[in-house]
Design a protein around this ligand. Structure first.
Ligand SMILES: [Zn+2]
Length: 292
């Protein structure tokens, strides 16, 4: 799933490619993806792109005062195409193509963006709004962890408000902090050497400083590495730098212990027992839940 660093890099890449170009057509191949109807999609057709930005994990293409906003969900991606077909794509439940954005013609060919979503569970979302805050998921976003006003004091306040909630859930809740998902919350907690199940309000001042640094460094380094990469290179780049996320059974790059996995909410999390839980594997609640 694209998280803050990947969406940031996508926005940067697309800003360079789209700036000053006209959006000729927006074709929706997966009708369930389009979440708004006013203004109609045709309102943005023929307008010039002014900017491409990120809000949390949302991508925002701004053109003539309108905002075409994309949330790529778990399995969505954006691909730049040097040439897209002239005919609109045929809606199909088998094709991963969800949305095609066609740009103005250049030397007889129209480049474009293909927004795809893999898998059968479709949760990719497209909005056309006059203000990004008209998108409920953007209006409710917590602070962005890479901005200047995300200070250690701000994080301390967030953790105090979260009470006994587990760190893993607090970090990836978009209304609490924007842009961190399942992968980077695992990576941040590994870097901070903290249990994913540690209660948010139980951190000492030293631990708070460590967690704050882990948030900033993990995300900041990933953004730095992704900067300048094309959309097609980003997924590989992300995967090659993950220490624990998705690395179950492999050695921890810090201590060599075996990376483990437990269920968490609707998916699973990965962690290193030696680095994060005093060498003790966490109990998997999946089984006990089934036995209740
Ligand atoms: Zn380790």
């Amino acid at each position: 799933m694209p998280e803050l660093p990947e969406v940031e890099a996508l926005a940067l890449d697309l800003r360079g490619r789209l700036d000053g170009r006209a959006l000729t057509r927006v074709h929706v191949a997966a009708f369930s993806a389009l979440k708004t109807y006013d203004p109609p999609l045709s309102a943005i057709e023929g307008t010039l792109v002014d900017d491409v930005r990120r809000h949390g994990k949302f991508l925002d293409i701004e053109a003539s005062g309108l905002h075409l906003v994309l949330h790529l969900a778990r399995a969505g991606w954006v691909r730049w195409k040097d040439e897209v077909p002239a005919l609109p794509p045929r809606p199909s439940t088998k094709s991963p193509l969800a949305v095609r954005i066609v740009l103005d013609e250049n030397d007889g060919v129209s480049p474009g963006l293909d927004v795809t979503e893999a898998g059968t569970k479709k949760s990719l979302a497209l909005y056309l709004v006059r203000d990004p805050l008209d998108v409920p998921g953007i209006a409710s976003l917590g602070p962005d962890p890479l901005t200047d006003d995300f200070t250690p004091q701000r994080l301390a306040g967030i953790l105090a408000d979260a009470g006994r909630k587990q760190l893993k859930g607090v970090l990836r809740h978009q209304g609490t902090i924007a842009g961190i998902g399942n992968a980077y919350s695992d990576e941040i907690l590994h870097a901070a050497r903290m249990s994913p199940f540690k209660p948010a309000d139980s951190l000492t001042d030293d631990e708070l400083a460590v967690l704050y640094a882990a948030v900033r460094d993990t995300l900041g380094d990933a953004v730095e590495r992704s900067r300048g990469l094309a959309a097609s290179e980003l997924k590989k780049e992300k995967k090659s730098h993950l220490a624990v996320h998705g690395q179950t059974g492999k050695p921890c790059p810090v201590c060599g212990d075996i990376v483990r996995e437990v269920s968490f909410a609707d998916s699973s999390l990965q962690y290193c027992p030696t680095c994060q839980t005093g060498g003790k594997p966490l109990a998997d609640r999946r089984m006990s839940k089934l036995l209740k």
